[in-house]
Write a protein that binds this ligand. Structure first.
Ligand SMILES: Cc1cc2nc3c(=O)[nH]c(=O)nc-3n(C[C@H](O)[C@H](O)[C@H](O)COP(=O)(O)OP(=O)(O)OC[C@H]3O[C@@H](n4cnc5c(N)ncnc54)[C@H](O)[C@@H]3O)c2cc1C
Length: 478
């Protein structure tokens, strides 16, 4: 990009005196959604500034080379929740409805007590709703099943304050449910430790049900009966999640938005006329009326530090965990993965590097040419720094050892790819909602024309990121 000098329409966006200039820092899904919302307004000029040489942030879709030709496989997010509507709605708005697909198979399993065991069908975020069904899975001991059955008699009040998911669930159902059911699922999604993660921020469904009554089991069953789930839980895009990013970028350009990659924002400051100076590395500053910062929290802290030291201090408290996905393609004729399952979650107490193995080509048949089984293995977890210490070859070797342990798969992959993500997943620790509230209050007081949003604050799933981006623009441009 070549921003012109301040005052030029390309930098100021309102040099003709009409309209306002909204600058978005970060071209991930949150930033692009913010830009999309703002670009619908004829009186607003939109500029997206992205530090890296590509858009999408943690969404990246690329090809892996199989003997029969390359296949397109996501390196990060490969699907999104359909029941939180924002991602599906945006896809429809962008004309991508025809490309929305569902996973071919959805049942997960957990590697527990030395075997791959299908997850119970009746559960909410790993909290079992049917002790008899749980007993049949063999995931937990008989003592643990008895504790689950007994929870219906709980007289414990809901926790008055936010608590760790592990402490709350463990107190109600016992530690095995934490370690073999809730931990692998919720901890896996967040690369987090459920003994640190916030009940209210990470599992609001459980927090709300806890507030309903004494027994969490009964409250969750009641909620499910009152609003039975309908339709697919997950959706994806046939060409990979980057289709959303690419389409958003195309449509934004059609609407006249400026999108500039390889353009790192280095600071935000106040201009003498009450606007925001957006400093860009090696280029003249831009002037904006409002700014959406949709970059990871450590960067956001640096950027807003001059405008709001208090917001920056709060942003710096958010802890991150780097993660990686190792994608392996195996000769399908030499590999058998358990029937009827979409993948296996791996509990922490297993001591393995893998936290989950997704049977990618079974879930998404377009990932494979039919002759190969494509597995995607997640590694990296709070308090497990081992992946960062291994180079790519060592990581692939370690993952192969885990696949041998969990699935009995010993064949060498015909292709392997390591996708690393750093700073990775923000950890919504106990008190996260209050922390986000303090960030918003501080910014509201010190820099009301600036919003900090994105996966590190208000939800890391794509629907939540889209909702945050769009919401920030709506608030700023009301
Ligand atoms: C491995 C993995 C798997 C996932 N799987 C799923 C899934 O299946 N479903 C789901 O819903 N979610 C999933 N997620 C979560 C989801 O992908 C992310 O939470 C979401 O994409 C984050 O979007 P974001 O725009 O908030 O942040 P990011 O994607 O991190 O984007 C931030 C952008 O800001 C840019 N930036 C940083 N500093 C600056 C600067 N100084 N100036 C300008 N730009 C800057 C960065 O380069 C980046 O492009 C997954 C995440 C990962 C890592």
């Amino acid at each position: 990009m070549t921003p012109g000098p301040a005052g030029d329409r390309s930098t100021d966006g309102s040099a003709d005196g009409a309209g306002r200039h909204l600058v978005v820092v970060g071209g991930g899904v949150t930033g692009l959604a913010a830009a999309w919302e703002a670009s619908a307004r004829a009186d607003v000029t939109v500029t997206v500034l992205e530090a890296s040489d590509r858009l999408g942030g943690k969404v990246r879709t690329s090809a892996i080379d199989l003997p029969g030709g390359p296949r397109t496989v996501d390196e990060g997010a490969d699907n999104f929740l359909a029941r939180v509507p924002d991602a599906v709605e945006l896809c429809v708005e962008l004309g991508l409805e025809d490309q929305l697909i569902e996973p071919a198979i959805g049942r997960a399993a957990v590697w527990a007590r030395g075997a791959v065991r299908p997850y119970p069908t009746r559960h909410v975020l790993g909290v079992p709703l049917d002790a008899d069904e749980l007993a049949r899975t063999g995931i937990v001991s008989d003592d643990a099943v008895r504790a689950v059955a007994g929870e219906v008699d709980s007289t414990d009040p809901a926790p008055p304050d936010d608590v760790a998911i592990g402490a709350f669930i463990g107190g109600r159902f016992g530690r095995e449910v934490v370690e073999h059911l809730v931990g692998p699922l919720v901890g896996g999604i967040n690369a987090g430790d459920v003994d640190e993660l916030s009940l209210r921020a990470v599992t609001p469904q459980l927090a709300a049900a806890a507030a309903d009554g004494a027994s969490l089991t009964l409250a969750l069953r009641h909620r499910l009966a009152a609003a039975p789930p309908s339709g697919p839980v997950f959706r994806a895009l046939a060409g990979g999640t980057a289709t959303l990013v690419d389409t958003l970028a195309d449509r934004l350009r059609e609407r006249g938005a400026g999108i500039h990659t390889s353009t790192a924002v280095t600071g935000l400051g106040a201009t003498t006329d009450g606007r925001i100076a957006v400093t860009v590395a090696d280029r003249p500053a831009l002037v904006a009326d409002s700014v959406v910062v949709a970059a990871p929290a450590p960067t956001a802290a640096e950027l807003v530090g001059d405008l709001s030291p208090a917001a920056a201090a709060h942003l710096r408290r958010i802890v991150h965990v780097p993660v990686a996905f190792v994608t392996v393609a195996l000769d399908a004729s030499r590999v058998t993965v358990p029937e009827g399952l979409s993948g296996v979650l791996v509990p922490r107490d297993a001591g393995l590097l893998a936290t989950a193995v997704s049977f990618g080509s079974r879930k998404w048949p377009h990932w494979s040419d039919g002759a190969h089984t494509v597995l995607r293995v997640a590694v990296g977890h709070r308090h497990d720094d081992r992946p960062a210490d291994l180079d790519d070859d060592e990581l692939v070797a370690a993952v192969r050892a885990d696949l041998s342990t969990v699935l009995g798969v010993g064949v060498a992959p015909v292709a392997a790819r390591v996708s690393r993500w750093s700073p990775g997943f923000a950890q919504y620790q106990v008190g996260h909602l209050e922390l986000v509230g303090r960030i918003r209050s501080a910014l509201g007081a010190d820099a009301p024309a600036v919003r900090v949003v994105g996966a590190d604050l208000g939800g890391l799933g794509l629907p939540a990121c889209i909702a945050q981006g769009r919401g920030a623009s709506r608030e700023l441009l009301f």
